[in-house]
Ligand binder design. Structure first.
Ligand SMILES: [Zn+2]
Length: 299
């Protein structure tokens, strides 16, 4: 299966309900989570971490303006290490985890909360990876959905119910997805409570999706008057290029690059999002030294 086929059905659907006072966003990310699993050769725990944080970033991307991107970063003290995803306004997402092969010593092998441990949950929003806006809250469970809801309430003052989950088998990712329901200003408390009650009677989101429910069917289950505002394909995509890695090598500076050419025949650099390797041989690194001088001069 090509990546295109894998992500063909992945979708992000935005809707309004309760007389346009409640926002509902649903993401189906089965192909994305499977693509992340394969790219990282991830074990079950690593796959769950990658899929959930990527889904959380995509849900958040539903509120972005043109050209913006949003990062969701989890820094825990568990065996997985940092988990990080970036989604952009077009629905493209990439994600990385420090140890995609992490395993728990005891207990259920797929207990994400223990894989992540205690730490912080951050959201970074803006025009680039060095975005100006960053909100940080302590992790509440490490399960991602509860942490995102906690972040939205305490950092953005938006009351939200969030569900994110996946269905894994030995063959790979069978289903993955998430949703959030957000009360906008002016929302009627009774209507919102009813919607949240219905959400609680819904089977886990991954079961809904693997059972054949479409995002629209899930929305209709939650609300009698949901109206789809937009629906767009989402995909795993890494925008990294060889030029970008060459530029990063230049930024090491002339002395550091000279040291590298003395020690190594070939300098390998790896993109931690898609695990692509970009190799530079001695001649190429020597050429980059001219570029490094420019950076050195700029300092
Ligand atoms: Zn990449």
């Amino acid at each position: 299966m090509t990546d295109n086929e894998q992500t063909r059905d992945d979708v992000l659907v935005r809707a309004m309900a309760c007389d346009k006072t409640v926002r509902i966003v649903i993401a189906r990310t089965t192909g994305i989570t499977e693509a992340l699993r394969k790219a990282n050769d991830a074990g079950p725990l690593g796959t769950i971490a990658l899929g959930r944080v990527a889904t959380a970033a995509l849900l958040m991307s539903a509120t972005l303006k043109d050209r913006q991107q949003v990062g969701v970063q989890i820094n825990g003290d568990g065996p997985l290490g940092e988990v990080y995803a970036i989604a952009d306004w077009t629905g493209r997402v990439r994600a990385t985890v420090v140890d995609p092969h992490a395993q728990l010593q005891d207990g259920p092998a797929t207990d994400l909360a223990r894989g992540i441990g205690e730490g912080s949950f951050s959201v970074i929003k803006g025009l680039s990876e060095d975005a100006p806006y960053r909100g940080v809250v302590p992790l509440v469970t490490g399960g991602v959905a509860e942490d995102l809801a906690h972040y939205l309430l305490s950092s953005e003052q938006i009351n939200s119910a969030v569900a994110i989950g996946e269905l894994l088998t030995a063959e790979g990712v069978q289903a993955s997805g998430g949703l959030f329901v957000q009360a906008m200003p002016g929302a009627d408390d009774a209507q919102v409570s009813l919607l949240v009650e219905r959400l609680e009677t819904l089977p886990p989101i991954a079961d809904c999706l693997s059972g054949g429910m479409t995002p629209k069917m899930i929305m209709d289950h939650l609300s009698d008057d949901s109206e789809v505002v937009s629906e767009g394909a989402v995909e795993f995509h890494c925008p990294c290029t060889r030029e970008e890695f060459a530029r990063r090598l230049c930024m090491l500076g002339e002395d550091e690059l000279k040291k590298l050419t003395e020690e190594l025949e070939v300098v390998d650099t790896e993109c931690h999002f898609c695990r692509s390797i970009y190799s530079f041989d001695r001649e190429q690194v020597n050429a980059l030294i001219y570029g490094a001088r420019m950076y050195d001069l700029a300092d």
